[in-house]
Design a binder for this molecule. Structure first.
Ligand SMILES: [Fe+2]
Length: 405
């Protein structure tokens, strides 16, 4: 027996549900499922399914009548969504679709004319490209120069974290240092960090050769997988990197994934990105940017950072969080706005300079709850949940996807 699924939007008013059911009753069609959600525009959105085919006489009549009467009618079975991974091992299909030059550095990269650095980048690039889900993450042998770069960055940042990092981050870092996983004299390995994270929140790092597009990157978060580079910035400029590197990933991002509220928050964005339209991906990527990269919390003790772009950049960390103008700073103070997902989703951002605007949540839990609410109200063709036991995505209705691009 064939089933048909409809998404119907109706102006919200008393008796809206009764009115909707009336159409089905009039054509002797029994519903097998119905659920409703308010839409952002103030309408009610109903998802219904029933046994029938569009060519059946009573179904044709029903669809005709609905088209005339409701604000919007979508026959879901006729629509497809962009491909998305359904199982964690399907991340293998997107992990190597990097956007940037990878090991072939651009001419303005600080390591461009350093042959040894380029060879190391090529080795690390290959490790990431050969990696498949389930394998242990390859350990990288870092050179003395790279270890020195790590030390310089680590020591400078750790001094500033004391003042400007959120409490959750400080506690996790203290634990990492206590266990000897993080220290100034050795670059941590991604597999060791995964071993730390996984029992705490189910998060894992997965090697990647460079930047992914927003859709692929965010899709990984749905599985509690964070795509993480393993190369290091060039030693000639330890405070600068034109791309995410180990300092950014392991100092900025990875520790926060040990916090349950932050882990849930990140996964919410990931789940909402599955099969989302390009426009919605752009909105989610802006939310990601203003939180996971540059998020702050307003505390009794001032503004504190939880975003990786801040936790891994001593200059911007002080600029964003200090209640004074940083010494020698030439920039004006940034604007701190309250964290509202809808507003962040619309807010553009510069990528090569300090942010002019930061969004401050009341707490990580506040960020999580508001993001969850935001994602639940998105106009979606389906809703997705991650099933830990099978490491796969469960969707609440049959959904047709485009072929993988
Ligand atoms: Fe990042």
């Amino acid at each position: 027996m064939e089933r048909l699924s409809l998404l119907i939007e109706l102006r919200d008013h008393p008796g809206a549900l009764h009115e909707l059911l009336g159409y089905f009753l009039a054509h002797s069609i029994d519903l097998t499922h119905i659920e409703s959600r308010p839409t952002q525009g103030g309408d009610m959105s109903f998802y219904v399914d029933f046994i029938g085919r569009p060519e059946d006489q009573n179904v044709t009549a029903l669809l005709h009548e609905l088209k005339e009467s409701v604000s919007s009618l979508t026959i879901l079975d006729e629509r497809t969504v962009p491909w998305f991974p359904r199982h964690v091992w399907e991340l293998d299909q997107i992990a190597n679709r990097t956007l940037d030059a990878g090991a072939g550095l651009e001419s303005d990269h600080p390591g461009f004319s350093d042959q040894a650095y380029r060879e190391q980048r090529a080795r690390i690039d290959q490790l990431a490209r050969n990696y498949r889900h389930g394998q242990p993450i390859p350990r990288v042998e870092y050179s003395t120069e790279e270890a020195e770069t790590w030390r310089t960055v680590y020591e400078a940042l750790r001094a500033e974290h004391q003042e400007f990092a959120c409490d959750e981050y400080q506690q996790i870092m203290a634990e990492l240092e206590h266990q000897g996983l993080y220290r100034a004299d050795e670059v941590p390995q991604a597999q060791d960090m995964t071993n730390f994270l996984y029992p705490r929140t189910g998060f894992r790092l997965r090697p990647v050769a460079g930047l992914l597009n927003s859709r692929d990157f965010l899709n990984g978060l749905a599985f509690r997988v964070f795509f993480s580079t393993q190369y290091l910035r060039h030693h000639s400029r330890p405070t600068y990197t034109p791309e995410p590197d180990v300092c950014h990933e392991l100092i900025g991002h990875a520790p926060m994934f040990a916090d349950p509220a932050f882990a849930d928050f990140s996964q919410e964005i990931g789940l909402a990105s599955l099969g989302a339209s390009d426009a919605e991906i752009e909105r989610l990527a802006r939310c990601y940017w203003h939180t996971v990269e540059f998020g702050v919390i307003r505390t009794n003790d001032g503004i504190k950072a939880y975003g990786a772009g801040l936790l891994s950049s001593s200059g911007e960390l002080e600029y964003a969080c200090a209640d004074y103008r940083p010494a020698g700073g030439t920039k004006d103070r940034p604007e701190i706005r309250d964290w509202v997902p809808d507003a962040a989703a619309e807010q553009g951002f510069p990528i090569t300079e300090y942010q002019p605007i930061y969004f401050a949540a009341k707490s990580l839990n506040h960020a999580r709850l508001t993001m969850r609410e935001h994602c639940r109200n998105l106009p979606r063709m389906f809703y997705a949940r991650y099933v830990e036991a099978s490491q796969s995505i469960w969707v609440d209705r049959a959904v047709r996807t485009d072929p993988i691009q």
